[in-house]
Design a binder for this molecule. Sequence first.
Ligand code: FES
Ligand code: FES
Length: 161
Amino acid sequence: MPDQVTIECIVNGKQVRTSIPSGMLLTELLRDVLGLTGTKVACGKGECGACTVLLDDEPVNACLMLAAQVNGHSIVTIEGLASDNEATALQQAFVEEGAIQCGYCTPGMILAAEALLRRKPEPSEEEIREGISGNLCRCTGYTKIIQAVQKAGVLRMRQKA
Ligand code: FES
Ligand code: FES
């Protein structure tokens, strides 16, 4: 029986308290314990970004983190972005720009872009490329993803005005 640890954290705005094996990965906590399967696992070794979530507003690769490391911290997954089932401007822009094909990279890509837009509301193309540089997409060729992030930046600024 592996060592158990009790962690408390906030996931998508909700308090979570649970006892887990000390070696459990954050991806396993999110997907298998909490049922948040929007967080994807592809490479499992920090190379593709499919597992990106926000940890205290910063993008991290959940496949590289132990669940125990998020004790006392706040996590946002793709399920936590929309409210009242209404897509965010960023999610809507991905749909409108055709920035999704198979969709496997999309949750991580959107969370990386979300983190970028929070610190840089109107990023340049260069800044977007840098912001999503840890997220691989084998379908879209990136052009539409970059257009979607640019569009979302403009929409968000308009919503705030
Ligand atoms: S699954 Fe985590 S970086 Fe690829
Ligand atoms: S849409 Fe298929 S990997 Fe990005």
